[in-house]
Each structure stands twice: as structure tokens, then as C-alpha cells.
Design a protein around this ligand. Structure first.
Ligand code: ADP
Ligand code: MN
Ligand code: MN
Ligand code: MN
Length: 362
């Protein structure tokens, strides 16, 4: 029997890319092959020469259709088969290859906000819901709008075989999170994009929109981020602490490059309030959710593990984020392996302990 392949790609919408997809029926026994689309309708070409090419790079079962149907994440190429300017995966692939010996791994915490009728899902028509406090990991009654969508999305990710690790309700009513990982540089990007597609597709059924806006509601309401957790083989190994500190220090040397890759509107979200550090002031610390980069408490205890870059926005492109992190941290480690040894543990060790802001959020 023929089956359906949903070809998914990233478009050219400015300033933040959106997902597109279309369906191809594939004959029994055949594999999804290269396809194309009209780039003039996706801000990826002009009308005179509008053919763009889709190259399948990652496929998984389609949990929303029948057995045998699949989802296919694609790269976009120009007609001459060079990477399209909107194709951020191609460059990430080069960096992943260059630093493969570090075995970089990622886990990404994707926050997002449901919207309906132009306001966060569940919010009253006029004014605001009760202030933040009860919503983070909350339960009960009218407090937790969107849980049915979250449940359907989680099940869909599991059935698709994606590396979904968990979900939680966030600090602002209507805001939620899921985590994808622990996966390598390209896989985490591929699977996060497919998980985002599934979320938007499932929310359709509920007449709800998904916003990845970094600061959907101005004022004293939490923004939406995509904390990016990172490790190398050296960090994960016994005694990985020095490599983790060296990674934090390296991140501190390229703040502008990172902020530029971490999503539109980052200045509005990284204000220093709501468990963020100001976007232009780099800091790192153990268990410190008010720093740019946090070393989880358990990692500090074990002296090995990973670091959490808390700066990326919910609307970031994971191919850009993972690429710049690998470039910076693995690049620094390759450049001066000796320097990476000396751990200026100053900041990390000095930083005050966990839980200071326990009431706030992740
Ligand atoms: P929190 O909300 O406390 O920041 P989460 O449980 O939401 O923490 O997310 C933790 C993330 O850390 C997960 O995405 C997980 O994949 C990631 N992670 C765990 N171990 C590693 C590792 N060795 N390398 C990279 N990421 C990791
Ligand atoms: Mn986090
Ligand atoms: Mn969170
Ligand atoms: Mn989290």
C-alpha cells in the first residue's frame, strides 16, 4: 500500500522562521526522495526563479496518521543544489563534523505559550488572570488551560520516536515546556523542529495557536526561553569539572555572537528579572537561575556532567544555537587545551547556593 510522507521544512519568514509542510504519497516499497516547492510563497525565492529543493534529512513515524506514514524533516537547497540562505542546518552539519571527536550532546527545554483570540489561552477577555505563582507545575481546575493539548503532543512525540524527556506547566498561565534530548548536534535540531511541528499541528485541532515569542506579554510576566543544556565527552567523564568551567569561560568570550544567534527579541526577555541575567552581562554560577549559564547543583556535586545556557529564546533556531555553542566551546578547547585545564573556579564556587529563588521558575 502507498503511504503518506509529510515533508517539513523551515521557511524564510522574517524575523523568525516558520514551519511549512506538504504531503507526498509514496508507492509501496519506495523511500521519500528529493522534492521541491514554490519558494516565492515562503519568502525563499522571487517569482521569476522560484523552485527550491527539499532534501530529506530525518524521518520518523507520523503519529497522527496511519501505521506506515512518516514525517520527513528536510533541508532547503537552491535549484543548483547549494544550501539555501535560510538553510542553517547545512552550516551546523559542518561544525558538527569538525568537532565530532568531542561528542557534543544537547538537551533543549522548549517553552511556548498557547494563544486563542489574541490572548494567552485561558486568560480572561479583559485584564489579567491571577498573578504568577500557582501556575508553574500547578494542578487543578481553571488554572491549567492547555493541558489536553500538552498530553496529546507528548503522546505524539513518544509515538514518533522523538527524544522527548518531559513536560511541565510554566510560570505564566498558558505557558508550557517540553524537553528534547540528550541528542547530538544535528539530531537535537531535527527532533526539536519536528516536535514543534507536531505541537502546532495538534493545537490546530483545539483551535489554539502556539506562540514561540520570547516575551509574549510585556510587564511582570515570564518570558519564554529554550534553555540549552550542553556537554562534551570531556565534561561527562570523571573529573569533567575543569572542562565545564572552561566551557563557561569560553562562552563569556563570545557574548555578542551568541546573543545574535539566540532568537529575536532577546533584549526584551533577558532583562535581569524573571530568573534571567541581563543579555549583555555574562555570568555563570552553580545552581544560579539568575545567571546566563547555570551549572546544575548535581553536576557541581559529581564534578562532571553538563552546563545549561539559559539565554536562548523560545523562538531560537536550534541549528544556529547548537552550532555557535559547539564552535565556541569546542573551538576554545581545541585551541588551547592547556589553558582549559586551569579552572578559574572563582565565580562558580563562589556563587551562592541553590534554591534562593525557589518560588520562581526554571
Ligand atoms: P531545569 O528545568 O531544571 O533546567 P529540565 O529537567 O527541564 O531542567 O532539563 C534538563 C535538561 O538537561 C534536559 O533537556 C536534558 O536533556 C539535559 N541534559 C541532561 N544531561 C545532559 C548532558 N549530559 N548533556 C547535555 N544535556 C543534558
Ligand atoms: Mn532550565
Ligand atoms: Mn522552563
Ligand atoms: Mn526545564
Amino acid at each position: 500500500m502507498s503511504y503518506q510522507a509529510e515533508y517539513i521544512w523551515i521557511d524564510g519568514t522574517e524575523p523568525t522562521r516558520k514551519l511549512r509542510s506538504k504531503t507526498r504519497i509514496i508507492a509501496d516499497g519506495k523511500k521519500p526522495i528529493i522534492w521541491g516547492f514554490d519558494g516565492s510563497s515562503t519568502n525563499q525565492a522571487n517569482g521569476h526563479f522560484s523552485d527550491c529543493v527539499l532534501i530529506p534529512v530525518f524521518a520518523c513515524p507520523d503519529p497522527l496518521r496511519g501505521p506506515g506514514d512518516i514525517l520527513v524533516m528536510c533541508e532547503v537547497l537552491n535549484a543548483d543544489m547549494t544550501p539555501h540562505p535560510t538553510n542553517t542546518r547545512a552550516a551546523a552539519a559542518e561544525v558538527a563534523k569538525k568537532y565530532a571527536s568531542f561528542e557534543p550532546m544537547f538537551g533543549i527545554e522548549q517553552e511556548y505559550t498557547f494563544f486563542q483570540n489574541g490572548r494567552p489561552y485561558g486568560w480572561p477577555e479583559d485584564g489579567y488572570p491571577a498573578p504568577q505563582g500557582p501556575y508553574y507545575c500547578g494542578v487543578g481546575g481553571s488554572k491549567m488551560p492547555g493541558r489536553d493539548i500538552v498530553e496529546a503532543h507528548t503522546l505524539a512525540c513518544i509515538r514518533a520516536g522523538l527524544g522527548i524527556e518531559g513536560t511541565n506547566a510554566e510560570v505564566m498561565m498558558g505557558q508550557w515546556e517540553f524537553q528534547i534530548g540528550v541528542l547530538d548536534t544535528l539530531a537535537v535540531g531535527d527532533q526539536l523542529w519536528v516536535a514543534r511541528w507536531l505541537l502546532e499541528r495538534i493545537a490546530e485541532e483545539f483551535d489554539v495557536d502556539v506562540s514561540f515569542d520570547a516575551k509574549p506579554i510585556k510587564g511582570d510576566w515570564n518570558g519564554a526561553g529554550a534553555h540549552t543544556n550542553f556537554s562534551t565527552k570531556q565534561m561527562r567523564a570523571n573529573g569533567g569539572w575543569d572542562a565545564i568551567i572552561a566551557g563557561c569561560e569560553a562562552l563569556g568570550t563570545r557574548v555578542k555572537e551568541h546573543i545574535a544567534a539566540y532568537g529575536v527579541g532577546i533584549e526584551d526577555r533577558l532583562t535581569g528579572a524573571h530568573e534571567t541575567a541581563p543579555y549583555n552581562k555574562f555570568s555563570y554560577g552553580v545552581s544560579d537561575r539568575g545567571s546566563s549559564v547555570r551549572i546544575p547543583g548535581g553536576v557541581a556535586r559529581d564534578k562532571k556532567g553538563y552546563l545549561e545556557d539559559r539565554r536562548p529564546n523560545a523562538n531560537m533556531d536550534p541549528y544556529l544555537v547548537t552550532r555557535v555553542i559547539v564552535e565556541t566551546i569546542c573551538g576554545a578547547a581545541s585551541a588551547k587545551p592547556a589553558a582549559a585545564k586551569k579552572a578559574p573556579v572563582k565565580k562558580a564556587a563562589a556563587k551562592k547556593a541553590p534554591v534562593k529563588k525557589a518560588a520562581a521558575r526554571r
